[in-house]
Design a protein around this ligand. Sequence first.
Ligand SMILES: [Zn+2]
Length: 331
Amino acid sequence: MAGNLERLKQRIPLLEYLQRHNWKPCRAGSRQELVGLCPLHQETHPSFYVNAAKNLFYCHGCGRGGDLIRFVELNLNLSFRESVAHLERQLAAAPLAELLTQAAAFYRGQLHRYPEAMRYLESRGLRDAALIEELGIGYAPGGNLRHHLAALGHSLDLLLGAGLINHQGRDAFCRRVIFPLRQRNQIVNLYGRSIGAAFPHRLLPRSKGDLFAWEAVSRFSTIILAEGLFDLAVLWQAGFRNTTCAIGTHVTPAQLDQLCDQPGRAVYIVFDQDENQAGQQASRLLAQRLARAGLAVRIAQLPMGQDPNSYFLAGATAADFTGCLQQARPL
Ligand SMILES: [Zn+2]
């Protein structure tokens, strides 16, 4: 038991765990220590010390300290046994996170080798190279991911379990632009947009994770919720960095909690304006759900038949879009 716990703590270093959960050291203290704001109590002056070599923390503000397991107990309010189980589950998920990270990196590397991929991005109005990089956009030509990941030592079972290959052993993503989806800074899924005749949208068969780019967007008190990632991309490109996306019109309960993590937050829903009213109806249902959760919701109207992506492609400017937001009706 004691040996197992030691191994667990070695495989998940405390500092790495804290940083994955958004703890940012603000300076180095004495004796190989890092100091930052305490995640366990409210404070403005950093008093949370982490010794990476000893794998221990101590907070001079709230007087609490210990190892990784103690931190999880305090932070998640779990018992010792539950904390160990929680960390073991994280460890079990680690090979998958690593696999998806390597798949996403491989696809990123393919993007500039296939002119059809760059042409597709351009046809969707996405031209800002820095933004393409920032969003982690890649391209799956099909037929080469399996060999790459197998060469890195991943078993075919793992690839199959992740949904990256199908039962015939072929790459699941073929001729698709790839966006990595994250949860707590780890890649947990990949979204592939077909650039050919195949069904446009494809996700791996697992959770779609956080609201897209939530690490960057959560600081805003007013949020634009778009339906698709190309909507988000053109909105970011036009300066609306407070845009996030749930990949489709369905917001998961965990994503709803994220929207609610700032009291009184304002959310503008900007879904597709479909001729058949599907987008509008989805907007209304979601708006009611968000309002019940205490958010200040408005539904923004674009011209009929448009989504943010096509709206900007048709020549709309940031000022035009701001006009749509200003005219958005409260619920
Ligand atoms: Zn503290």
